[in-house]
Design a protein around this ligand. Structure first.
Ligand SMILES: [Zn+2]
Length: 136
């Protein structure tokens, strides 16, 4: 069962956990399938406003769907000076269940232009390696 949206997929306003309708734009949450919602969140990762991207990162992070891992890495790599966003992406991915897609995304992020993000990603990768979950 998909979790309830945490942001409005139409206008990206923040939503209460039980909201059936967005208080800002009036969009009805029940009309959105889980898959539509994921597509909208993935598009929000390319939004020009950092705040909107961050909401999408957090919402996708909670959903932990392996097929979105690469898009999250791409979002962080596309905004090389947004260190906060990059670190958020790394932290979210680190806590996901192990999948090849998740590990590949973290490995991609260990080449992030920001040293802080690179280090966090490398640390997440080494935690994975130390657990014996990937072949170093
Ligand atoms: Zn809305």
């Amino acid at each position: 069962m998909a979790r309830h949206p945490e942001i409005c997929p139409a206008c990206f306003a923040r939503l209460e956990a039980e909201a059936k309708r967005c208080p800002r734009c009036g969009a009805l949450m029940a009309e959105l399938s889980a898959r539509d919602y994921r597509e909208k969140l993935l598009r929000a990762l390319m939004h020009p406003l950092a705040e909107v991207r961050m909401r999408a990162v957090i919402a996708l992070g909670l959903r932990a769907e392996p097929e979105t891992a690469d898009a999250l890495a791409q979002c962080a790599l596309s905004h090389p000076t947004d260190v906060v966003e990059g670190l958020e992406v790394v932290e979210r991915l680190r806590d996901w269940p192990k999948t090849e897609a998740r590990d590949a995304a973290l490995i991609r992020l260990s080449a992030h232009p920001s040293r802080l993000v690179r280090r966090a990603a490398a640390r997440a990768c080494s935690i994975i390696a130390n657990r014996g979950l990937i072949h170093a």
